[in-house]
Write a protein that binds this ligand. Sequence first.
Ligand SMILES: Nc1nc2c(c(=O)[nH]1)N[C@H]1C(S)=C(S)[C@@H](COP(=O)(O)OP(=O)(O)OC[C@H]3O[C@@H](n4cnc5c(=O)[nH]c(N)nc54)[C@H](O)[C@@H]3O)O[C@H]1N2
Ligand SMILES: Nc1nc2c(c(=O)[nH]1)N[C@H]1C(S)=C(S)[C@@H](COP(=O)(O)OP(=O)(O)OC[C@H]3O[C@@H](n4cnc5c(=O)[nH]c(N)nc54)[C@H](O)[C@@H]3O)O[C@H]1N2
Ligand code: SF4
Ligand SMILES: [Mo]
Length: 720
Amino acid sequence: MTTLTTTAGTDTHCPYCALQCAMRITPAVAPEIPTIEGREFPTNRGGLCRKGWTSASLLGHPGRVTTPLLKGPDGVHRPIEWAQALDLIADQVQRTRRDFGPDAVGVFGGGGLTNEKAYQLGKFTRLALGTSRIDYNGRFCMSSAAAAGNRAFGLDRGLPFPLTDLDTAHTVLLLGSNVAETMPPFVQHLAGVREAGGLIVVDPRRSATANFTADGAGLHLQPVPATDLVLLLGLSHIVIQDGLVDERFIAERTTGYAALARSVSSWWPERVQAITGVPVHLLRETAHRLAEGRTRGGSYILTGRGVEQHVDGTDTATAAINLALLLGLPGSATSGYGTLTGQGNGQGGREHGQKADQLPGYRKITDPAARAHVAKVWGVDASVIPGPGLPAVELLASLGKPDGVRTFFIHGANVAVSAPNASEVLKGLRSLDFLVVCDFVMSETAREADLVLPVLQWAEEEGTMTTLEGRVLRRRAAVTPPAGARSELWIFSELAQRLDAPSTFSPDPETVFTELRAASEGGLSDYSGIDYALLDSGAEAYWPYPKGSRGTPRLFLEAFAHADGRAVLTAVSPAAVSARDALFRGDTLALITGRLLEHYQSGAQTRRVPELAGAAPHAELLIHPLAAAARGILDGAQVTIANDRGTVRCAAKFSTAIRSDTVFLPFHFPQEENANLLTSAATDPISGMPEFKSASVTVTAGALDPAISDSVPAELQEAS
Ligand SMILES: Nc1nc2c(c(=O)[nH]1)N[C@H]1C(S)=C(S)[C@@H](COP(=O)(O)OP(=O)(O)OC[C@H]3O[C@@H](n4cnc5c(=O)[nH]c(N)nc54)[C@H](O)[C@@H]3O)O[C@H]1N2
Ligand SMILES: Nc1nc2c(c(=O)[nH]1)N[C@H]1C(S)=C(S)[C@@H](COP(=O)(O)OP(=O)(O)OC[C@H]3O[C@@H](n4cnc5c(=O)[nH]c(N)nc54)[C@H](O)[C@@H]3O)O[C@H]1N2
Ligand code: SF4
Ligand SMILES: [Mo]
């Protein structure tokens, strides 16, 4: 057990989601766990969820990796010295580059990394490794919403207004988001709208959030999975037909209305009802309530992963924005549109260069002016910076392939569990020449690594994070890390030296942040006016925050970010079924996936927290009793869920909260309970987002029959 000793308590923020709830950590003498208290902050108002409360138990966890581990020919990981590990990596990178070219080295980042680490990872990849092949898990998370925001507004900041603006709303339309479980303290900001009866939740499941609308206190629209785009086209149709359009706003602040109006004209409510299963009267009530809210406290439209993680996720988010624009919500001080960013630094992590097509400050890597600006800050010639790489799904598909990536670095993602069509991803990881995973626990992905490097956890290092509102805040070191762990900034700095990188790589977070500010200056996400002293003073720092400004809590009040200052309405239509699973064939059911309150993402962290693992030890398939009865399935009994891509086995849990044609699996569990054995790697053509939220499956009673069992790859059996 690691000794956790420091002085007094420290004010910081939660390690997990983008709400970045404020907390205070008070260290304890091991084996006691540091105490966590909620702290007053606008997003959480002192509250924390169960994951936040228990987050300190991972700091001194006995399962923590505390020394570099090299996998031997026998497949067993054994400790080695840091110097040896770093030399080995540098040799391996040089050999790969020499034999196969620079793009045979690849990098996968994460939306949990601090701004400093995400920035430095992008720079390290381009300059020290010299490869274009970098992308990150935010591709699985925010890419569709980001693409839609960029297209419509010319800029992507999840919430373009402070969260507290929701407190006085009259109507909130929440599409495919289950904040009651994914951001519990957020629910405080919905108290007013719930009281006003104006919460409208769109989810094929009566989720904990949809339950808030019970007893007439709002509306729950329960569509067939993957039909949200049609639903939204139908709502826009009603808004136009019933004369609810904000005509002045459309004329003065948008372009594209005529084509949009034509494109929704054929989506009359009865047709939409036939496809989505949502009754016409609920469609009408939703459209009228949104229109009414504008003058009575405000109307907001918010999207989550349920509508975005589809092959037409960008167009679905665009349809939500179109609806908001028709009603004149964006750019108003009392109404708006937003998307709920997920990971701790999901917002900042998508701004400073760990995306395949991006340079710091949300700059495009293909833009000559952007390249010149960043090259100057880095002290290199712009020609040294590689061009765009591959989006995450393509990057993972290239692992070990001829012309693909052969030496791969992973920082802050557990792709063996969380990437779509996970058995193929595992094959890719196993066919690499060399895999380096930086983590503090032996995740399912780290188990596959040739070399595991132990890194610091949130409460052991300094840095900054950017919340779902675009607010930059300080993360503070509160406890002493285990002796063998190192910061990722130090690792980049050491490797850059060994690789003779043509720039400097400071291991000091504040120095890196100062450089990030310069690199972002003049970009869309301009941080140049923010520094650690400002953040430490408690100032509210919303980007863009150019030097000499006071930051931007509310965007678009005067103009949108396109050159002409207008928002763009883009006509969209649903993806052809050939691009995704045909959900209902014969006796198949639609599988949707998502989250439980107790677990975070791939579960690498929360499955190691005893209280959380105890509360939700295994995956359970949520199934309607009617669907179960037709298949001879009993409540609590084992079931087999299968399709062409894979097979999952877990217990069934009866619930009338789910449509009888649909089942739900959480994606927090590994091996034979991994929902991503069933998901498709088909992606959205614009964003590269995979189809996590709908797949066609069969569900049968009982354990695997031997014929199926034989086809389960050995790697999916319980790891040793
Ligand atoms: N407890 C917990 N909290 C988290 C996380 C976590 O792993 N665990 N992760 C964080 C991250 S990174 C993210 S991105 C956010 C995600 O936060 P959310 O978007 O709230 O989370 P999900 O559970 O993935 O999906 C939300 C809802 O979408 C519904 N859904 C599924 N398919 C469809 C569909 O076709 N249409 C519609 N309308 N709805 C559908 C699901 O039933 C689910 O209730 O949560 C963050 N917070
Ligand atoms: N079926 C299905 N699949 C999904 C989703 C879904 O809804 N359904 N949601 C998708 C979404 S929205 C997301 S965001 C992804 C997330 O999925 P993952 O990318 O797998 O996310 P995590 O489980 O958070 O993995 C982060 C890993 O990095 C480690 N880590 C944490 N902080 C740091 C750090 O600072 N440095 C380093 N080096 N390591 C760190 C953690 O211990 C953990 O092992 O999953 C996606 N996959
Ligand atoms: S809601 Fe998110 S930030 Fe807040 S305590 Fe829970 S996991 Fe942490
Ligand atoms: Mo996410």
